[in-house]
Design a protein around this ligand. Structure first.
Ligand SMILES: [Zn+2]
Length: 220
């Protein structure tokens, strides 16, 4: 029998998640202890075209290799944000060649997330036609605020590493980050633009999640 007081389901799940397979599993580079819903789908099924009848962004889509490379760059920004005392979120804006990093941004605070701050800076620096051909990379799936800001900034593509649901499972109802449970695709689908979305990206999830596991466990 456990003497633990009753916990909300999300808290119970998170504590089990953090104290169980994850600590050992990450160290062994295995995420076998993760609930199945935390495992990302293969690349081929991660892309969605929002509002198929709307105009699509120009040019080619990023390759899986380019996505992974750019997500790793975004995760380096997230790591720097964490070292600067911020939450471990990072975003970068990449040009139409899928190689040139135009802008990078780490988390600032609870109302100035990496992606929305980057999108506002990008909207001030580039015209909307240029931005339509660019790609926003985010270590974690943009929340409603950030997806909305990307929409209004007119950035045509989004690639994210870890889903918002995956993040929610790690933050729970953390007072600094009570994560929304609202997919970015749901936000974009209610708009009128053909924004293209890829994520979660299975090959990047482990290294992105590693920053968050340590962070939210240490600040509870
Ligand atoms: Zn956000």
């Amino acid at each position: 029998m456990s003497a633990d007081p009753p916990m909300r389901p999300g808290v119970r799940q998170r504590r089990a998640f953090l104290s169980g397979g994850l600590a050992a599993g990450l160290a062994a580079a295995g995420l076998s202890g993760w609930p199945s819903r935390l495992r990302a789908a293969p690349f081929a099924k991660e892309e969605d075209v929002m509002n198929a009848k709307a105009a699509q962004p120009p040019g080619s889509d990023p390759s899986p290799e380019q996505m992974l490379r750019n997500l790793r760059l975004a995760n380096a920004v997230a790591k720097q944000a964490m070292q600067d005392g911020r939450h471990p979120f990072g975003a970068i804006l990449v040009g139409p060649d899928h190689r040139t990093v135009m802008m990078e941004q780490g988390n600032i605070d609870s109302v100035n997330h990496a992606e929305s701050t980057l999108a506002r800076r990008a909207a001030a620096a580039f015209d909307e036609r240029t931005l339509w051909g660019m790609t926003l990379y985010s270590t974690a799936e943009p929340c409603a605020m950030c997806a909305g800001t990307q929409y209004w900034a007119n950035i045509g593509r989004l690639v994210y590493g870890m889903s918002e649901r995956q993040l929610l499972d790690m933050t729970g109802n953390h007072h600094e980050n009570p994560t929304l449970d609202l997919p970015s695709r749901t936000v974009f689908a209610r708009g009128q633009k053909g924004i293209r979305v890829w994520g979660p990206i299975a090959a990047a999830v482990d290294e992105i999640a590693a920053l968050h596991v340590d962070f939210w466990r240490g600040t509870d």
